[in-house]
Design a protein around this ligand. Structure first.
Ligand code: ZN
Length: 420
């Protein structure tokens, strides 16, 4: 493996669509670190988000640097070019030091038959009975199965290798962290598939430090996990075992860990994750994004007056365009349209009614997950408001910052590392 920039054991990915919450987000890491739960902050923004908002990747670097300076943060921090591909990576190379290479589009496109055969020939250790510490039953993988998995993933991993080398050529291998993401695909990867994928990644000599598989269950935007928590826990444990095994077997970086692209707020799996991480002494990268944008809206609504007004306007526009806004997110939202209050009703709400419906407090009977998911995917409406929205963020900075920090610290970092 070539040199690489090392990522800390626990790291927290934070998205900030409008670029105003860097300080408030970093403050959550400061609070967690004080309690002994050190999270290395990573600011992530995808090409799609930049395009929707009209920002350049350099703005995220500027925001991260400014927050670190303002809070006197002395530990590492990173800027993640999230879900980049060969055709989108270039403008991210200078300002980013963390690259999430997304090769989901190449999954299931067959690699060259000769390459698949060469891969299977090169890896006789993947065939047969494979005993992995902490996995109850050894994997039984046939040669045909290795071939099938290679057929499905080898081209994707080869593409990841190309993108990695492309970044190395301009940036130098020692100056960045590499994540490979295969989460934005149809079916979850099983632990044996993960092992085969890691073998292929090692062949490409990618010093991968985080891998984002697709896990079982639904990871809807901004709401809790939907699925079989027990099954998730088993797979998560098995994935940790596979990673520890692959690090040794294939000489992958010892800092290699799972990256959970959470879609934000998967509270019910935090405790099983915490248990598993403790058991394995493993680290994790948690990626969130939209949860901060929702806290902005909550802060605005809580401020009342013009803040509440702008929050209501955003909802009114969103519900009018509900089909249009939801279509691109069909696989990551579950909105019950009958549960969406009409704009005329919401327009009469108090600050408390609005924040009760939106804030992710499942114990609050007024919490409305459909309302929350719709607003999650409606940040384009705020982007359209341009200066007016940004001015409202400035005007109500204090109350928004309080919500942003509290959300990341209390609802995410604490349960993940310290338990409730
Ligand atoms: Zn993702």
């Amino acid at each position: 493996m070539s040199k690489y920039l090392t990522l800390g054991k626990f790291s927290f990915g934070m998205g900030d669509r409008f670029g105003h919450q860097g300080n408030a987000q970093l403050q959550a890491c400061v609070l967690a670190t004080k309690l002994g739960a050190e999270f290395i902050p990573v600011w992530n923004k995808s090409n799609r988000e930049h395009t929707f908002i009209g920002t350049e990747p350099s703005s995220l670097r500027a925001e991260a640097d400014a927050a670190v300076k303002a809070l006197g943060w002395k530990k590492p921090y990173h800027v993640d070019a999230d879900h980049i591909r060969l055709e989108t990576v270039d403008r991210f190379i200078a300002p980013s030091d963390f690259f999430t290479i997304d090769v989901a589009d190449s999954i299931a496109k067959p690699a060259a038959a000769a390459d698949v055969k060469a891969f299977v020939d090169r890896h006789p250790e993947l065939v047969g009975k494979i005993s992995i510490p902490h996995i109850d039953r050894p994997f039984e993988i046939t040669r045909v199965e290795v071939g099938r998995v290679a057929d499905k993933f080898l081209l994707a991993v080869q593409d990841a290798g190309k993108i990695y080398q492309h970044i190395v050529a301009t940036k130098g291998a020692a100056n960045f962290i590499t994540e490979v993401s295969v989460d934005e695909t149809d079916s979850p990867q099983t632990p044996p598939e993960l092992l085969i994928i890691l073998a292929a990644i090692a062949d490409q000599k990618i010093p991968i430090q985080t891998i984002a598989p697709k896990f079982t269950g639904r990871f809807n935007k901004g709401v809790d996990y939907v699925g079989d928590v027990k099954q998730f826990e088993k797979e998560f444990n098995d994935d940790l075992a596979v990673i520890a095994f692959a690090i040794k077997k294939y000489g992958l970086p010892p800092s290699l860990k799972l990256s959970v692209h959470s879609g934000s707020d998967k509270f019910s799996i935090y405790e099983p994750m915490r248990r598993a991480l403790k058991k394995f002494g493993a680290g994790v990268h948690i990626k969130t994004a939209g949860t901060t944008w929702l806290e902005e809206l909550i802060g605005l609504a809580e401020a009342g007056g013009d803040g509440l007004e702008i929050a209501k306007e955003i909802y009114a526009y969103a519900i009018e365009h509900v089909d249009e806004f939801c279509a691109p997110y069909a696989s990551v939202i579950d909105i019950d349209k009958k549960k969406l209050p009409p704009a005329s009703v919401v327009n009469g709400w108090s600050s408390k009614q609005f924040t009760d419906a939106l804030r992710h407090d499942q114990k609050n009977p007024a919490f409305n997950p459909s309302f929350r998911q719709l607003l999650h995917v409606s940040f384009k409406v705020a982007a359209k408001k341009g200066g007016r929205y940004l001015n409202a963020l400035k005007k109500h900075e204090a109350i928004i910052a309080k919500n942003v920090t509290e959300n990341l610290f209390e609802r995410h970092m604490k349960p993940l590392l310290l338990g409730k």
